[in-house]
Design a binder for this molecule. Structure first.
Ligand code: MRU
Length: 354
């Protein structure tokens, strides 16, 4: 794979997580990063659903985009007999792959709408493929717009450091990134001193993916254990904590990678800004508050082992929720491509969509 970052116009957008070839989808296997850059080729929707479940591809927007391509593949490979039933079945299977990131259901709903308007398989193949490509392009545009909004909100004149959690970069999106897109833009504008990247136990999105993406694109990064975030904030090293989201509810509560909530508590305690950056496809106005968000729990082996090496007593009981909910009251600002909501609440969130 080429080491050069992909560019959109004259802007470098970082690496890519997926490549669409019309009849197939290639996914960069994120389970193997940073030591191996291995691409998996998928020709059917079942493989896409499995890849989302197994975290070959992860990150809320990237999951939604991949699922959309999965539906396009289902149409392309539909038997021609009862093609409508086959596509509906593929949508159901994709929807069951992961529960928390609402971008998955948002993208599938868009695809289902287009599918419902198609009168022939030929039309479905064409229109579903076009729609998936559009979803992908729109996500990249949203990321670029969010970086503009975030920098205007920060109104910085001198370089400063930030802390981030999980991976919200080009690997997690249609390109450039959400929180990591803002960080990229700070770097482009020479306003970035350093990025503290939480390692993000247990799946290590921070050390395996964020540190890799930033180092690869020449953006300064310092990796820290999750437990070091308190000391970093207490020492005054950081002006903003910037994170992404998997689902934002109508009152501004935010589900994101496990450990985000504790960071928000720390940021408030140390008077450090707490910014959430997510496209409107991550906002679920149908849910009143974060209490309603389904939180995925993954298997205990993710904590008992690291890449197959046992690091805990075999069979020890494990609690492994992979997301948590940060209450809106701890968030200073939510940035979307539709605009910015400061001190988020029900009114501010509704205003985004009015
Ligand atoms: O379990 P993951 O790796 O899919 O979780 C990803 C996150 O929690 C990200 O912070 C979120 O999806 C935002 S990605 C732009």
């Amino acid at each position: 794979m080429s080491r050069a970052p992909v560019s959109s116009g004259d802007r470098a957008i970082g690496t890519v997580a997926m490549r669409w070839h019309g009849g197939s989808l290639e996914l960069l296997d994120q389970r193997l990063l940073p030591d191996q850059e291995h691409w998996i080729t998928l020709e059917g929707s079942a493989g896409v659903a499995q890849s989302i479940r197994d975290m070959v591809v992860r990150g809320a927007p990237a999951i939604g985009i991949s699922a959309a391509y999965g539906v396009a593949l289902a149409a392309r490979h539909a038997g021609g007999g009862d093609w409508k039933t086959e596509i509906k079945q593929a949508i159901r299977e994709l929807a069951a792959s992961r529960p928390t990131a609402v971008n998955l259901f948002w993208a599938l709903q868009k695809m289902e709408q287009v599918f419902s308007e198609c009168h022939s398989l030929e039309e479905a193949v064409k229109r579903l493929s076009e729609t998936a490509v559009q979803i992908h392009k729109d996500d990249l545009s949203a990321n670029l717009a969010m970086a503009d909004y975030a920098l205007a909100h920060m109104d910085a004149s001198k370089p400063f450091s930030v802390l981030t959690h999980c991976n919200t970069g080009a690997l997690a999106t249609g390109g450039y990134g959400t929180a990591l897109g803002v960080i990229r833009r700070l770097h482009e504008k020479k306003l970035l001193k350093d990025v503290y990247a939480d390692e993000t136990r247990p799946w290590l999105q921070g050390s395996r993916l964020t540190a890799w993406e930033l180092a690869r694109d020449g953006i300064p990064v310092t990796l820290n254990a999750d437990g070091a975030a308190a000391s970093i904030l207490a020492a005054g090293h950081v002006r903003w904590v910037i994170v992404g989201a998997d689902r934002i509810t109508a009152n501004g509560d935010v589900a994101n990678k496990i450990g985000t909530y504790s960071l928000a508590v720390l940021a408030r305690h140390h008077k450090v800004g707490f910014m959430v950056v997510a496209p409107s496809s991550t906002v679920d106005m149908a849910l009143a508050s974060g209490k309603d968000i389904p939180i995925e729990e993954r298997e205990g082996e993710e904590l008992r082992q690291v890449r197959g090496v046992q690091i805990a007593p075999a069979g020890v009981k494990v609690f492994n929720p992979v997301f948590d909910v940060t209450p809106a009251s701890l968030i200073d600002v939510i940035v979307t491509e539709k605009g910015v909501v400061s001190t988020p609440n029900m009114t501010g969130m509704a205003g985004l969509f009015s």
